[in-house]
Design a protein around this ligand. Structure first.
Ligand SMILES: *Cc1c(COP(=O)(O)O)cnc(C)c1O
Length: 368
């Protein structure tokens, strides 16, 4: 059958492997499997959120409030913007999709870093746009500036901090770069891990209100999937000037967020203490990974997120390491497909990490 030609160039996103798959393929008991491949919060959802969802589960037969009034109000209060500056999506992924489809067609260009969130390229190619990537793996604003000068772009993606590498540009440098960008270029600031970055270093913090007031061509994206521990609920948001939000709304299907999801997100915003305590534990545990890497003599990227990227140089093949870990019940992300000999490990809980170090020891021993 003939399909839309642009789809010939689109690759299918490969999500982190689910626990069920490892059970099926390697016969490992689910309770012995450690899933550290999708940057989920290892401490689970706030108990207050869980009990709220249980409490309202009986309402499932009713369509959700499509105005999403309560959630938008809570987000508007948190970020000190108006409800009209907010759009809510089924994960911030859906907002990324809206941004690309709102702005791009087959004559468009999209500029991004070489090793960054895979969905930018996938959504871009769905519209037949040309994908432009800077040369370095990590975000390099000089390269962004020179490529923009040479080619222009309809959209620029900045992932702050960057998934899957973990690095994060300073806010001041980002602002300096944004000064040079044409007002008709949409700049997407993907803040999926901003809660982690701003906890670790105030210089990384992007304030959405200040961003969109200073640069009306920017949209800030946030998600409940990472620090807020609601990956399974699918909810994220975009914050931008009203003209951008109104346009994105044209692409939205009604009821794109479920009743239970809305309630969970609203409740999660009431329990910031839970989020902060998870983030603090995350960075305590991350130190153990840094020390482990130093001890073993390989590199890691200084991370502003809830994961760490371990680079193996010529010591090991990341593909082999990831495969061996998988067979022992530890799911991580191999970055070979991104052109980097590294694995990305989500920082787990203390007991999970202790086991990961043991399993890593045995894998390195075997591959030596
Ligand atoms: C996880 C993630 C998202 C969005 O996740 P959703 O679950 O769709 O909200 C967006 N960008 C980056 C870089 C991510 O890592």
């Amino acid at each position: 059958m003939n399909f839309n030609k642009v789809l010939d160039n689109v690759t299918i996103y490969e999500a982190g492997k689910p626990i069920e798959l490892v059970v099926r393929e390697y016969g490992i008991d689910p309770k012995d499997i450690i899933k550290l491949a999708s940057n989920e919060n290892p401490y689970g959802t706030s108990p207050k959120v869980t009990s709220k969802v249980k409490e309202i589960a009986g309402n499932m037969f009713v369509y959700p409030d499509d105005s999403m009034y309560e959630l938008k109000e809570a987000l508007a209060n948190k970020f000190e913007v108006n409800e009209s500056n907010i759009i809510v999506g089924s994960g911030s992924d859906q907002i990324l999709e809206f941004c690309v489809h709102a702005k791009c067609d087959s004559d468009s260009k999209i500029l991004m870093s070489k090793t960054t969130f895979a969905m930018y390229e996938i959504y871009g190619k769905q519209t037949g746009s040309k994908i432009l990537k800077t040369k370095d793996d990590e975000h390099n604003l000089e390269q962004f500036a020179s490529m923009y000068k040479e080619h222009g772009a309809d959209i620029i993606f900045l992932c702050l901090p960057n998934n899957p590498l973990g690095e994060c540009l300073d806010k001041d440098d980002v602002y300096e770069f944004l000064e040079t960008i044409d007002k008709d270029t949409l700049v997407v600031i993907d803040g999926a891990y901003q809660e982690y970055a701003s906890f670790k270093d105030e210089k990384k913090k992007i304030n959405p209100k200040d961003l969109i007031n200073t640069f009306p061509n920017c949209i800030y994206l946030g998600t409940f999937s990472k620090a807020y521990a609601l990956g399974g609920m699918r909810v994220g948001y975009g914050i931008a000037q009203e003209d951008i939000i109104k346009t994105l709304y044209k692409l939205r299907a009604p009821f794109n967020i479920t009743t239970l999801t809305l309630a969970a997100a609203i409740e999660a915003l009431k329990d910031e203490e839970f989020v902060t305590s998870c983030i603090a534990k995350n960075f305590d545990e991350m130190k153990r990974y840094e020390e482990y890497a130093q001890k073993k003599g390989f590199d890691y990227i200084d991370s502003y997120t809830n994961f760490i990227t371990l680079k193996f140089g010529d010591l090991y093949s990341s593909k082999e390491v990831a495969q061996n870990l998988l067979e022992l019940g530890v799911i991580v992300r191999d970055l070979t497909g991104y052109g980097v000999n590294a694995i990305r490990i989500t920082i787990g809980s203390m007991s999970q990490n202790t086991r990961v170090f043991k399993v890593l020891d045995s894998v390195f021993e075997k591959l030596k």
